[in-house]
Design a protein around this ligand. Structure first.
Ligand code: AMP
Length: 214
């Protein structure tokens, strides 16, 4: 089963994707994570995307489609969770073609709905474990008092360079201009389901479970 988690930055796509990985043995394909890895390891592509990402703008379709193509051709999995991809109509078309070429289908697109004010509050309070990527929030899910990640015991936590109000504004604008048309695109393909991304993490998880088991 292959699914897309669709929603603005801070909607909780990464958190939910990780839970599905644990629960269903699926593979999470996050283009944001792949691009951050390329940036941190200083590859040629990483250097090209660093500035674009820091501003909160979108990396070119060509680059991200190339990343996804490579994964689909090389990683074998019982299912993929696309997290942060596709973000444009061209990427959505490309994903359909890539899956078809691999003899696979797209089974569900889950839109995680949240209101904009909540997103800003969430994002500026967000940090992640440097070892496993577990997500924390200063107010709703603080780093454990012993300073150890609840998931892996890691002791280093980081904040994303683009989790600040200025680049968030650009990221939100990009979402509304380029990504939100995908809601209509997948609705028309009769693939779209919606969940309330503002509910408690476990409640969102069970809504997603219901969609996938339907
Ligand atoms: P994310 O971790 O999904 O919030 O992505 C972080 C940043 O990586 C975005 O703000 C973009 O600059 C870039 N990015 C990630 N995925 C894509 C994509 N599918 N298309 C274009 N840019 C992307």
């Amino acid at each position: 089963m292959n699914i897309i988690l669709l929603g603005p930055p801070g909607a909780g796509k990464g958190t939910q994707a990780r839970m599905l990985v644990d629960e269903r043995d699926m593979v999470q394909l996050s283009t944001g994570d792949m691009l951050r890895e390329a940036k941190d390891s200083g590859t040629e592509m990483g250097k090209i995307v660093a500035d674009v990402m820091a501003r909160g703008a979108l990396v070119t379709d060509e680059i991200v489609i190339g990343l996804i193509r490579e994964k689909l051709e090389t990683v074998k999995a019982s299912g993929f969770i696309f997290d942060g991809f596709p973000r444009t109509l061209a990427q959505a078309d490309a994903l359909g073609e890539l899956l078809e070429a691999e003899g696979q289908t797209l089974d569900a697109v889950i839109e995680m709905r949240v209101d904009d004010a909540a997103l800003v509050a969430r994002i500026v309070a967000r940090s992640t474990c440097g070892s496993c990527g577990e997500v924390y929030n200063d107010t709703t899910r603080p780093i454990p008092a012993d300073g150890k990640c609840a998931n892996c015991g890691g002791t280093e936590f980081k904040r994303r360079a683009d989790d600040n109000e200025e680049s968030l504004r650009t990221r939100l604008m990009e979402y509304y201009k380029q990504t939100s048309p995908l809601i209509g695109y997948y609705y028309a393909k009769e693939m779209l389901s919606r969940v309330d991304g503002l509910a408690e993490i476990e409640a969102v998880q069970s809504e997603i479970r219901e969609v996938l088991d339907a």
